[in-house]
Design a protein around this ligand. Structure first.
Ligand SMILES: C[S@@+](CC[C@H](N)C(=O)[O-])C[C@H]1O[C@@H](n2cnc3c(N)ncnc32)[C@H](O)[C@@H]1O
Length: 210
């Protein structure tokens, strides 16, 4: 997967994204927003897409959203305008793997169904860690692939197709556990199974207090 290809894939998805993926991820998005608001008031939502989760945040919560696809963000901009979501400070085209924010800039970084869509997920996680403040949280709603068995085989077989559509089917939870293990200032604090079919999880990490 390459960033330009992923951006082009989501530019194509933009007009129909909410129709196709709106409902299926509703519970995960809701749980991510609740968890994020419990963790802090200044939130960065990476891969905010069409901004489908933005109306769910309380008006006191300040949000900056980023995405690699300008067409997805165009839908988000319309949503913010029409919903008068004045707590959304900015919507910026930005690569999750190389963000322009200062270190420790946010209380919380949220990424919903994004990490498995970026070409270098580890780089993106490193960036989330850099921009979240000490004591803050990284909250990820994510696909979790099977580790073995028939589902794992099917997921591997589907990879060449789904990577062209903009995401991976093969994405083991071990990626997150290994990433946390490599960073002494990070604790994996929760893994919660999400519908549909437990193929998705909400994963929370805490950055050590300074
Ligand atoms: C499956 S969609 C999820 C969108 C939204 N978070 C949701 O819950 O519906 C994945 C999103 O990640 C964005 N994305 C993919 N690669 C990215 C990258 N390298 N940097 C920032 N956003 C990226 C895509 O453009 C797309 O909007």
């Amino acid at each position: 997967m390459q960033t330009a290809g992923v951006a082009a894939a989501y530019d194509r998805w933009a007009p129909v994204y909410d129709l196709v993926f709106g409902k299926v991820f509703t519970i995960g998005r809701r749980q991510a927003v609740i968890a994020a608001e419990e963790a802090g008031r200044r939130i960065l939502e990476v891969g905010v897409g069409t901004g489908i989760s933005l109306p769910q945040y309380k008006r006191e919560t300040q949000i900056v959203g980023t995405d690699i696809s300008d067409s997805m963000l165009d839908v988000a901009r319309k949503r913010v305008r029409e919903g008068n979501l004045s707590n959304v400070e900015d919507l910026l085209v930005m690569d999750a793997e190389a963000m322009s924010f200062a270190d420790n800039a946010f209380d919380v970084v949220v990424a919903q169904y994004v990490v498995s869509a970026v070409p270098n997920p580890e780089k993106a996680m490193d960036e989330f860690l850099r921009v979240v403040r000490p004591g803050g949280e990284i909250i990820v709603a994510t696909r979790v692939g099977a580790e073995s068995g028939l589902r794992a085989t099917i997921e591997k077989t589907l990879m060449p197709i789904t990577s062209k559509l903009g995401w991976r089917t093969e994405f083991p939870f071990a990626f997150y556990a290994d990433w946390a293990d490599k960073h002494p200032d990070v604790t994996l604090i929760e893994r919660r199974s999400l519908p549909p079919l437990g193929h998705f999880s909400l994963v929370r990490f805490k950055k050590q207090e300074g």
